[in-house]
Structures are given as structure tokens and as C-alpha cells.
Design a binder for this molecule. Structure first.
Ligand SMILES: [Zn+2]
Length: 172
């Protein structure tokens, strides 16, 4: 693999990690004291690596946050993936710690049974969940024929495998 290919590969791993972290934050249901508001840094220009501080006020289920641009005072709503990855990680970390410290009960987040990602939509497979086509196939151990056969009964009354969406990341 040459250097350019490797560079592209690393960028795509980083993008995926950011998306996974945003999904994790979107699936938070508690608002423990001491978590928000919190200052994070957003990369304004990829190449110049200029970081701008934002004050995160609220995190939403659609993987966005509302907050304030600390230099201009402007209110914004933007994707969580805009936040620099170290601060995304920090937000997840502080959330987990504060919930534990304040004895907030751990919510039952619906997660992909293959990769662990929180899910608001995806496959329901007779008791298991899959977030994507790839994860669905993995839960079938690569048996695409069986997967297609099961999903072909999705619209029937007794269909146990189907694609759907739920109101929230939290299971009842
Ligand atoms: Zn998955």
C-alpha cells in the first residue's frame, strides 16, 4: 500500500470513529449534573487546523448539538461530527462517569448485536438487532440466501425479520 492510499484509509477510519462517537452521544438519555454545558473545539478549516471553541448546551437524538460560538456569541445547531474527536471522546467519558457517580440507572440502549452501535433504525431479526446490511449479513454468518429468505417475509403478519425504525434509542 502506498502512502496516499494509507492516508485515505486512515481518514476514513477517523471519519467512522467520529460517526460512532456521535451515535453514542445521540443515544444518551440522562442529563447528569456537571456534564453540559461544556466547551468543545470545532475544526473550522481542515488544512489550517484552526480550532474554535463552542459551548455545547444540548445534544439531540438526530446527532446534532445546539450551542454557542464562544468568539462571536452566535447560536448554532450543527452535527456532532463537527466536533474535534478528542472532545467527542471527552463528552462520552464525562457522561459515563457522571452517570455512575450520580447513580443514574443505565438505560437500555438498543444496540446492534454485531458492532454494538446504538440504533434508532435497522434490522430486527427475531430478537436480535443489526444496524446495517453488513452487520445483518454478519449475524447470518454470511448466509445471504437465508437472510434474503427471512427478510422476504418481512411484510407478513408473522414476519420475524424486518427493517424498521423506533421512536428512540432507548428500549422500553
Ligand atoms: Zn452494526
Amino acid at each position: 500500500m502506498n502512502r496516499i492510499k494509507r492516508s485515505i484509509q486512515l481518514s476514513s477510519m477517523l471519519r467512522k470513529l467520529r460517526e460512532d462517537m456521535a451515535a453514542e452521544l445521540a443515544a444518551t438519555s440522562h442529563r447528569p449534573q456537571g456534564w453540559l454545558p461544556r466547551t468543545v473545539f470545532v475544526e473550522e478549516d481542515e488544512y489550517e487546523a484552526g480550532f474554535v471553541p463552542y459551548r455545547v448546551q444540548e445534544i439531540h437524538e438526530d446527532r446534532t448539538f445546539t450551542g454557542t460560538h464562544l468568539l462571536t456569541g452566535k447560536k448554532v445547531k450543527m452535527p456532532l461530527t463537527e466536533i474535534n474527536i478528542d472532545w467527542l471522546n471527552l463528552l462520552i467519558d464525562i457522561y459515563a462517569c457522571e452517570c455512575k457517580e450520580q447513580n443514574l440507572e443505565e438505560e437500555e440502549v438498543r444496540r446492534c448485536d454485531h458492532c454494538g452501535k446504538p440504533m434508532k433504525e435497522g434490522y430486527y431479526l427475531g430478537g436480535e438487532y443489526a444496524c446495517s446490511d453488513e452487520c445483518c449479513l454478519a449475524l447470518y454468518n454470511g448466509d445471504e440466501a437465508q437472510m434474503k429468505e427471512d427478510l422476504s417475509h418481512a411484510d407478513e403478519d408473522d414476519g420475524e425479520c424486518y427493517y424498521t425504525d423506533w421512536e428512540s434509542y432507548i428500549t422500553d
